[in-house]
Structure formats: structure tokens, C-alpha cells
Design a protein around this ligand. Structure first.
Ligand SMILES: *Cc1c(COP(=O)(O)O)cnc(C)c1O
Length: 419
């Protein structure tokens, strides 16, 4: 299927129906103006060239209308989050009413825990995967402490086996068999940020629910990358950020999913704010809290419109390309990267990420045995933007919107020269 040559890479680029999207992004260059190979979309996605004009429009409407922009701006600020929900819902496979853009990822994780982690004296433990992103682990530990549980006792880690890199589903089943009656919540970061392993979300949800646990996912590395099909997984909640694969700018707002079966669930605790209140009476001010049905009801504050404008710019690009098309290209592009790394035939190199393309997204985590951070430094000097994780892992994620086959080919050539 693949051939190890520059000509082949260029041929793939010529045949790629999505190739022109590359020019809709601003690509970083070195100090001599030479374009860098950017493979860090899993960390911070590149800026769409349209973003500036989307933000500028809001600045102009603010200048022109002042407070009246809430209703009179060309995209009125009052319902602004509603302009994002449809496209975002499509990307994560949810219904529009199940999705809201608000706050940031870790904040949303805490808000979701308020609603979906309601420990009792006997059922209070939380399961996460062992290499969870640090912020998620801190959030879980602090929630446990907040409820008076010692994290050492309350947190169960789903770990790869000795000598292995990936988590096995059967080991999660075993955890549930052994401790299921004490577990209140499964919170799994799919896709795992370190290994690139994408977990079977539906199986995990069914497993958790069969033990009467709530199930939530952190899709920071999934949203805009894999197709998580959130509604059909049946998960209770999910959270993600928009600055990685979703190209919405540093520190931009997060996304949040609440399954529709909870849309009017009054038994759930929640921390409330006025933006989650009934839109018809929100400005009457002297009302009892009357939550909006669905995910919108979890909003706290009126949101930062400038960040939301950047999200809208990005989501419009995704909608134009079509997420299914992007995913198809992504599998092929990452497959090419995998093929070229295998072709190096170098036993210093070990790909941690699953070989099965259904169990991964764009990212490959490449372990370079006996290498140290110096390799990453040299790669950077050679014009490649990638990501280094101690002790010896390079993470690269060709993004189907703006990376091409030639990027992937060139990256492997430069890596080879340094090994
Ligand atoms: C990127 C990332 C975060 C970052 O959290 P913020 O609240 O957006 O700073 C958290 N968790 C995971 C799994 C991530 O990949």
C-alpha cells in the first residue's frame, strides 16, 4: 500500500482531496523564513488563517454596538455558544443538546464530578488509567480528599502489565470484578495522551454501568482526532479542550458532554450559575434557579466571545472538510508514518502506540531506546516541531487538516539522520 520514497509521498499529496486545507492554516517558520515541519497538533493546533477575521468581527461589533452587541451583533453574544454546539456535537458524535462549550477542561472535569461523583460510605472509589494526564489525576485526588477519602485508598489505577506499554481491557474487567461494588466512577482519558492508545469507550461504559458506576471520558486527545461517538457509548459525561486537535488557540474554552438521559435529572448535584438558567427569565434576576435542559444547564458564566469566535472559525473549517473525510485521511497518514518508521529497521525504535488503527488516533508515540532529550533538541534544530516525554519518547501527530504526506516523509528522513 505504501512506498518508501519522496515521490510516493508527493503522489499521495496530489491525490489528496483535502490537500488544499493545508493552505488555510498559518505554519510556523524558522528565523530564515523556512517552514517548519509541525507535528504537535496534539499539543497546540495551528492557527486557521480565518481566525483573525472571526475575532476582528467581534471586536468591531463590540465597538459598534457596545452592550447592544448581546442582541445586535451579527452573531449575537447572548446565544453565541449555540452557534458552536451543532458542529461540535457532530465531531464528538453527540446530539446538539448534549454538548456545550464552556470554561476550560479541568474546570469542567470538576463540575462534572460534582454531578457524577456522588460517593457513599461503601461505594466511593475512582478508576483512572495509570498514565492519565497529571491534571486529571490531581482533579481525581482532590475530589476524593474533598469527600474525605484518602486518595491512596480511593484511587485505583488501570495499569499496563509489567514490561508492557498499553492497558489491557481484560485487566479493567478484573479490577471491576474485584472492586466493582466499591467503585463509584470510571474516569478514563481516551485517547491516552502519552501512549496514544484509544480505549473502547462503549465497552468501558457498559462495563462500568453493569457495576452501577458512573462513567466519564476525558477526550482532550480524542476530540477532533478520533470519532468518539459519544451518544452511542452511553457515557454519563465527557470533557475536552479545543486547543489541541481543534485548533482554537492557546487556553481556549473546553467542551462538555452530558448524556441526554440526564438532561432533566434533578437528583444530580450541580454547581449553578446564571448562564445555566432558563433563557427566558435569565435577566429577571430574582428567580429561583431554573436549569436549562441538557448540557447548557451546567453553564456558569457568560462566556468569552473572543475565544468562542476562534472556536467558530475552527469548527467551520472542520465542517467544510467533513470529519469522516478527515478521519479517513488521518488513518492513512499515520499509517504512512508507521510504515516509514518500520522501514528504518532500527531496533532502537519502538512504537508504543497500538498497531491497530482502530485503537489509535493521529499520534504515534515513538520510544527511542538509549536516547535522551538531546535527540529532541537536535530534531528541533533540524526544523521539526515534536514533543518529548521523559525518559525517551517522542510524540508526533500528523494532523489531517494541515499536515501532508511529505511532512511525514521528511520527518522520518530527519530522524533517521540523527539516529
Ligand atoms: C491537555 C490536557 C489537559 C489540560 O487541561 P486544561 O484544563 O485545559 O489546562 C487535561 N487533561 C488531559 C488528558 C489533557 O490532554
Amino acid at each position: 500500500m505504501y512506498t518508501n520514497s519522496l515521490a510516493f509521498a508527493q503522489q499521495c499529496d496530489r491525490e489528496d482531496a483535502l490537500a488544499h486545507f493545508r493552505n488555510k492554516f498559518l505554519h510556523p517558520s524558522d528565523q530564515h523564513g523556512k517552514q517548519l515541519i509541525y507535528l504537535c497538533g496534539n499539543s497546540l493546533g495551528l492557527q486557521p488563517s480565518a481566525t483573525a477575521s472571526y475575532i476582528e468581527k467581534e471586536l468591531k461589533d463590540w465597538a459598534k454596538y457596545g452592550v447592544e452587541g448581546h442582541t445586535d451583533a451579527s452573531h449575537p453574544w447572548l446565544p453565541y455558544h449555540e452557534f458552536l454546539a451543532k458542529n461540535m456535537a457532530e465531531i464528538v458524535g453527540a446530539k446538539q443538546s448534549e454538548v456545550v462549550i464552556m470554561n476550560t477542561l479541568t474546570t469542567n472535569l470538576h463540575l462534572m464530578m460534582v454531578s457524577f461523583y456522588q460517593p457513599t460510605k461503601t461505594k466511593y472509589k475512582i478508576v483512572i488509567e495509570s498514565d492519565a494526564f497529571p491534571s486529571d489525576k490531581y482533579a481525581m485526588e482532590s475530589q476524593l480528599k474533598f469527600h474525605g477519602v484518602d486518595p491512596k485508598e480511593g484511587l485505583i489505577l488501570w495499569k499496563p502489565r509489567e514490561g508492557e506499554d498499553l492497558c489491557r481491557y481484560e485487566d479493567l474487567e478484573k479490577i471491576m470484578e474485584d472492586h466493582g461494588n466499591k467503585i463509584a466512577l470510571l474516569m478514563i482519558g481516551s485517547t491516552n495522551y502519552y501512549s496514544g492508545q484509544h480505549f473502547p469507550l462503549k465497552k468501558i461504559t457498559d462495563l462500568g454501568h453493569s457495576y452501577d458506576c458512573t462513567v466519564g471520558f476525558d477526550l482532550a486527545h480524542g476530540a477532533g482526532n478520533i470519532a468518539p461517538d459519544l451518544h452511542n457509548t452511553g457515557a454519563d459525561f465527557a470533557v475536552w479542550c479545543t486547543y489541541k486537535y481543534l485548533n482554537s488557540g492557546p487556553g481556549s474554552l473546553g467542551g462538555c458532554f452530558v448524556h441526554e438521559r440526564h438532561e432533566n435529572n434533578e437528583k444530580l448535584n450541580r454547581f449553578a450559575g446564571w448562564w445555566g438558567h432558563n433563557k427566558d427569565t435569565r435577566f429577571n434576576m430574582r428567580q429561583d434557579f431554573d436549569p436549562l435542559p441538557g448540557a447548557e444547564g451546567w453553564q456558569l458564566s457568560n462566556p468569552p466571545i473572543l475565544s468562542m469566535a476562534a472556536i467558530r472559525a475552527s469548527l467551520d473549517t472542520f465542517a467544510e472538510a467533513g470529519f469522516k473525510n478527515l478521519r479517513a485521511k488521518s488513518e492513512k497518514l499515520t499509517g504512512f508514518l508507521e510504515y516509514l518508521l518500520d522501514e528504518l529497521n532500527n531496533n532502537q525504535i519502538h512504537i508504543i502506540t497500538p498497531r491497530n488503527k482502530k485503537e489509535r488516533g493521529a499520534q504515534l508515540s515513538i520510544q527511542v531506546k538509549s536516547a535522551d532529550k538531546n535527540l529532541h533538541k537536535k530534531l528541533t534544530e533540524a526544523g521539526v516541531i515534536s514533543d518529548w516525554r521523559e525518559p525517551d519518547v517522542i510524540r508526533v501527530a500528523p494532523a489531517p487538516l494541515y499536515n501532508n504526506y511529505e511532512d511525514v516523509y521528511e520527518f522520518v528522513q530527519r530522524l533517521k539522520a540523527l539516529l
